[in-house]
Design a binder for this molecule. Structure first.
Ligand code: EPU
Length: 422
């Protein structure tokens, strides 16, 4: 296993390019299963999660080629069964459910297991598929979906008690594009990644209106054809580097971003007093020693993203003020707090709220990565800490940040990857 060693205190300065979005790439790659034709997806980030999705497509029978960010898929003949061994490593594997049923009218996909950030049920995905006329059973850890006569358009509401579901909306949308008639998804997730998937499906010949809002209307078509698509920039990777640039250094510029997807994050930083320069495709950030604390609540898009909560906990540590952040999407997603406390952070978790008293000097320590964004927060804390921080279980970061160590090093950070033999 690898670990990341971060030697704290090196100022950050310079420019980096933001990669394509992980959370767009995964469902878009799955959507290529909806056609026999060739699909070309560009700007797919080089991550273990996208590699894993490429492997799943291959195991399901598709021919897949991947070279420097471009993935070409031809899914002429595909299987309808995705067994546990194939899908267990990545929760997002669940997004093959929609395209497999859409194309083959039946499928069996193993239920994804638990996850450190929360329970992560799939009841809303299944409710949506049932509303399209499918028979859905869950037995022996497998989801079986059967729509012998094909899907029929239907109406449903995908709003759950923690908000709408991103991958659930993706799955239902991918099943509904080949259904007979009109499907109306109320309470749909409005995240930019859902809109990006819809844009790809539209290029494949699908008829979708309203993606990017909470009401999506899909007019089913007989078949889809091949298409080319470039995935949107990763707003969470961008947000993470934005926080790094606010924490220390002398100006970090993010290039190839879509600032309109990051408004809740940039607004929060501006409110704290961090100077941002925003153009149509770049953002520059600088630290501010007089920045003020924040009180934030994670919400569905366009609210403040849960995927930025851990990084803002790290940011709060360098603000000489009190901050709080309440998690409404995954109320138990605070694994980073205990590790950051080992570095000297003053964080208290009460129910689903983290209260952070900033200004305490952080000290490097060996810490354990628990999930993707928690790990990113530990890297951020390590960048400002005195001494060295060893972040174990680096594979969590490699799931979702393309070449994080190289990008940080390009900005002047002192980071090294090493084997962890402990
Ligand atoms: N939920 C249900 N029932 C369902 C599905 C979800 O109750 O059937 C609940 C979840 O338990 C959670 C809330 O609804 O409380 C939102 O979950 P959602 O389904 O939207 O999460 P997801 O689609 O599985 C995606 C991202 C996550 C991100 C969430 C929320 C991908 C591959 N994953 O997950 O990204 O946190 O949306 O925005 O798109 C990450 O990148 O680190 C990450 C975890």
């Amino acid at each position: 296993m690898e670990k990341l060693i971060v030697h704290g205190g090196a100022p950050l300065k310079g420019r980096i390019n933001i990669s394509g979005s992980k959370n767009s790439s995964l469902p878009i790659l799955a959507a290529t299963l909806l056609t026999k034709d060739t699909c070309t997806i560009r700007r797919v980030p080089d991550l273990s999660d996208t590699n894993y999705m490429v492997r799943i497509l291959g195991e399901l029978g598709a021919e897949v080629e991947r070279a420097s960010g471009v993935v070409v898929v031809k899914a002429e003949k595909i299987k309808s069964v995705a067994p546990y061994d194939l899908v267990r490593k990545m929760r997002a594997s669940i997004c093959v459910l929609g395209p497999l049923t859409g194309r083959l009218k039946k499928c069996q996909v193993s239920l994804p297991g638990g996850c450190v950030i929360g329970d992560r049920p799939v009841d809303l995905h299944l409710k949506g598929l049932e509303a399209l006329g499918a028979q859905v059973t869950v037995d022996g850890g497998d989801i079986s979906v059967n729509a012998k006569k094909g899907f029929k358009g239907g109406q449903m509401n995908l709003m759950g008690k923690h908000g709408s579901t991103v991958l659930g909306t993706d799955n239902v949308m991918m099943a509904a594009v080949l259904a007979k008639g009109t499907t109306i998804i109320e309470g749909a997730a409005a995240e930019p990644e859902v809109e990006d998937l819809a844009n790809f499906l539209i290029k494949m010949g699908a008829k979708i209106q309203g993606a990017g809002t909470n009401r999506i209307v899909i007019e089913g078509v007989k078949e889809l054809h091949g298409a080319e698509h470039t995935v949107i920039p990763d707003r969470i990777e961008a947000g993470t580097f934005l926080v790094a640039g606010a924490m220390l250094g002398d100006g970090v510029t993010l290039k190839r971003v879509m600032p309109e997807h990051m408004k809740s994050v940039t607004d929060a930083m501006i409110k704290c007093g961090f100077p941002l320069e925003i153009t149509k495709d770049s953002i520059t950030v600088r630290p501010n020693p007089n920045a003020k604390g924040f009180d934030l609540t994670t919400l569905c898009y366009p609210g403040f993203p849960t995927d930025m909560q851990a990084q803002f906990c790290a940011l709060a540590c360098v603000i000489n003020d009190s901050s709080s952040i309440t998690e409404t999407i995954f109320p138990q997603r605070f694994m980073h707090a205990a590790e950051m406390k080992r570095m000297g952070a003053n964080i208290e978790i009460q129910n689903a709220t983290a209260r952070i008293r900033g200004g305490a000097k952080l000290k490097g320590a060996p810490v354990m990565a628990s999930d993707l964004r928690a790990s990113a927060a530990l890297v951020l804390a390590g960048l400002v800490a005195e001494g060295s921080t060893e972040i174990k279980r680096l594979y969590h970061i490699d799931r979702g940040y393309e070449h994080l160590d190289d990008k940080l090093a390009a900005l002047g950070a002192r980071v090294e990857r090493a084997q962890d033999r402990s």
